[in-house]
Design a protein around this ligand. Structure first.
Ligand code: NAD
Ligand code: DAU
Length: 336
């Protein structure tokens, strides 16, 4: 049993990870989250009273606050999810991305060193590798060539982690994963946005020609990979995770409409995302060989389950879509 500090545990992937560890391990968990627009404690309502779980509200970029959290809770392991995570928001304004993803990561690395944390797991993304053409895969050796302010801030955080390993000998493991989908994903991302819009009879905004390719992975498979990296990863190493499920955006959108019994007339082509990466595809053979990890969900069954979850949990995403989200949606899609 270890005491694990999980940052960003009220977000999409973090909340799935917290639940997985509470129900499937004996670790003690501290969930540290600032509760930005993307953080939602309702994601963990079913486990919030668990005896091995505590929630702390805090901003990872606030060094003084983090010193207090680390001194009080004395974590042995840190699993770092907290980030500004949406590419389109980073195009509108990158400042929160620089603060949280860069400054926040450095604050956590400094505290982990000061408090002699045994292992720091840094959750990163395939987007740090940039964009692929029609062929090939990202491996851990692919050069870092981020294209959006979001991916540049994540690439910067990966490099800060690398520096902490080489300069300060902090035991860090970095995971890089492809596009996640599943329960509790904020409906600004492609799959939940399309499901929610279709259920409300709204237009489905497809960027450009709809032929950009993403490699989709179920969030439970990603969480399993992070757990394996935390437990068995080698210090200083990077592990890629992908779902072996490359799909064009338009294919995904049409499949969602089919599952919901809705017509393709809801599809609405809009102006492309500036700097839009064309294709991501992950080579996860290192994680498969060295961590014994393999994704369990096929995209077809995972997407069907996800659509069913959003149909059954309409109240969750309708609450999430009120307030600040409405203003953002207008700002992003209003002119398109
Ligand atoms: P999310 O936006 O759903 O959740 C982010 C969480 O971080 C929220 O709970 C938010 O409140 C919290 N947070 C933001 N700023 C904070 C701050 N300054 N201090 C403390 N907490 C803060 O994101 P997600 O999709 O769950 O992604 C989690 C991590 O996984 C991110 O690091 C992201 O880069 C990475 N990742 C995401 C995907 C994906 O497809 N979603 C794929 C690969 C990697
Ligand atoms: O690859 C991992 C990354 O996946 C993570 O690091 C990011 O945190 C996560 O947000 C995600 O980034 P993407 O930009 O790939 O995801 P998004 O869901 O925003 O978009 C997926 C694809 O769908 C992309 O090609 C853009 C397109 N898209 C997206 C939206 C929101 C549309 O066509 N219309 C839309 O309205």
């Amino acid at each position: 049993m270890s005491k694990i500090l999980i940052t960003g545990g009220a977000g999409f992937i973090g909340s799935n990870f917290v639940r997985m560890l509470l129900l499937g391990s004996d670790h003690q968990l501290v969930n540290l989250d600032a509760l930005t627009y993307a953080g939602n404690l309702e994601n963990l309502a079913d486990v919030e009273r668990h005896p091995r779980y505590v929630f702390v509200r805090g901003d990872i970029a606030d060094a003084a606050a983090m010193a207090k959290v680390f001194a009080e809770h004395r974590p042995e392991v840190v699993v770092h999810f907290a980030a500004e995570s949406h590419v389109d928001r980073s195009v509108l304004d990158a400042s929160a991305f620089v603060r949280t993803n860069l400054q926040g990561t450095q604050v956590l690395l400094d505290q982990s060193r000061a408090q002699q944390v045994r292992r720091f797991v840094h959750v990163s993304t395939d987007e740090v590798y940039g964009s692929l053409g029609a062929w090939g895969y990202f491996t851990e050796q692919t050069p870092i060539q981020p294209n959006s302010p979001y991916s540049a801030s994540k690439a910067g955080s990966d490099l800060l982690v690398r520096a902490a390993v080489h300069t300060h000998h902090l035991d860090c493991v970095t995971t890089r994963c492809s596009n996640n989908y599943g329960p509790f994903q904020f409906p600004e991302k492609l799959i939940p946005l399309m499901i929610a819009n279709a259920l409300e009879g709204k237009k489905l905004p497809v960027y450009g020609d709809g032929k950009n390719v993403r490699d989709w992975i179920h969030v439970a498979d990603h969480c399993e990979g992070i757990k394996k990296a935390m437990e068995h990863g080698a210090a200083g190493e990077v592990y890629n995770f992908g779902g072996d499920a490359e799909r064009e955006n338009l294919t995904v959108v049409k499949e969602i409409l089919r599952l919901l019994g809705k017509g393709e007339d809801l599809i609405h082509y809009v102006k492309d995302r500036p700097g839009h990466d064309r294709r991501y595809a992950m080579d996860s053979s290192k994680a498969r060989a060295l961590l014994g990890w393999t994704p369990r969900h096929t995209f077809e069954s995972g997407l069907r389950q996800t659509v069913e979850w959003y149909v059954a949990n309409r109240a969750w995403w309708q609450r999430v879509r009120s307030g600040e989200y409405q203003a953002y949606y207008e700002r992003l899609y209003g002119g398109r």
